[in-house]
Design a protein around this ligand. Structure first.
Ligand SMILES: [Zn+2]
Length: 231
């Protein structure tokens, strides 16, 4: 392998390393991304709070209604037991029971409203709980497949890293420095010459130059400074 061929191969390995590293980062991000699950869990928690609140209101309303019915029953029994003879008192009791009875219907309506509210929230909680379960399963599955992919990429990276080290050891350190500098400043260090043109800047390469490059000499494009490579 000529020096330029070695550099070209080195660049291919570096590009592959870069791509794999990017993929590894992406996999890592996806592995730690549990936004949807966290959001669903927090939604479930708040719906459960709402449900608890609604159930408490329902209980309170049931007690109020029972209390009211109890009072009515007591007065009714007083009225109909015949123990109260005083007509004025009877009139007062009747008035009182009428007033209490008139409160029962609205209380019953309110209770029905609260009961249907509880049912509604119960249904919401059920839906969200199912959603949380689904997202959890998906997350676990993702951990498994992505975790496997992560290990695969890490193995590939280790192999590529080894390949790179072995190749780099064969290249003169000054040439390597030129290569690294070009990669850093130009994004690409080695470019092909196709139909007599530098593929880095598309300028026509003088014949003498590309002939030297073809022979394996290290020739940099006079225009873009990249190392010229001919297969
Ligand atoms: Zn060029």
């Amino acid at each position: 392998m000529s020096l330029v061929e070695q550099l070209y191969r080195l660049q291919q390995i570096d590009l592959e390393l870069q791509g794999k590293q990017q993929e590894l980062n992406d996999v890592g991000n996806r592995l730690s991304d549990d936004k949807d699950l966290v959001a669903a869990e927090s939604k479930l928690a708040s719906q459960k709070e709402q449900l608890e609140d609604a159930r408490k209101k329902q209980k309170d309303s049931e007690w109020e209604l029972e209390d009211l019915q109890d009072k009515v029953r007591k007065i009714d029994s007083k009225l109909y037991s015949g123990t109260t003879k005083d007509s004025k008192e009877l009139v007062n009791l009747e008035k009182e029971v009428k007033g209490l009875k008139s409160q029962i219907r609205p209380k019953e309506d309110a209770l029905l409203g609260l009961m249907s509210q509880v049912e509604e929230i119960e249904a919401e909680v059920k839906t969200t709980a199912e959603e949380v379960e689904r997202l959890k399963r998906e997350w676990e599955q993702r951990q498994e497949t992505l975790g496997q992919r992560k290990r695969e990429i890490e193995t590939m990276l280790a192999k590529l890293g080894g390949d790179r080290d072995r190749l780099a050891q064969q290249i003169d350190s000054e040439v390597l420095n030129t290569y690294e500098r070009l990669r850093l400043t130009r994004g690409q260090a080695v470019v092909k010459v196709e139909r007599g043109k530098c593929q880095g800047c598309h300028i026509t390469v003088p014949t003498s130059q590309w002939q030297k490059a073809k022979a394996g000499d290290l020739i940099q494009c006079t225009s873009c400074s990249k190392i010229l490579y001919l297969e």
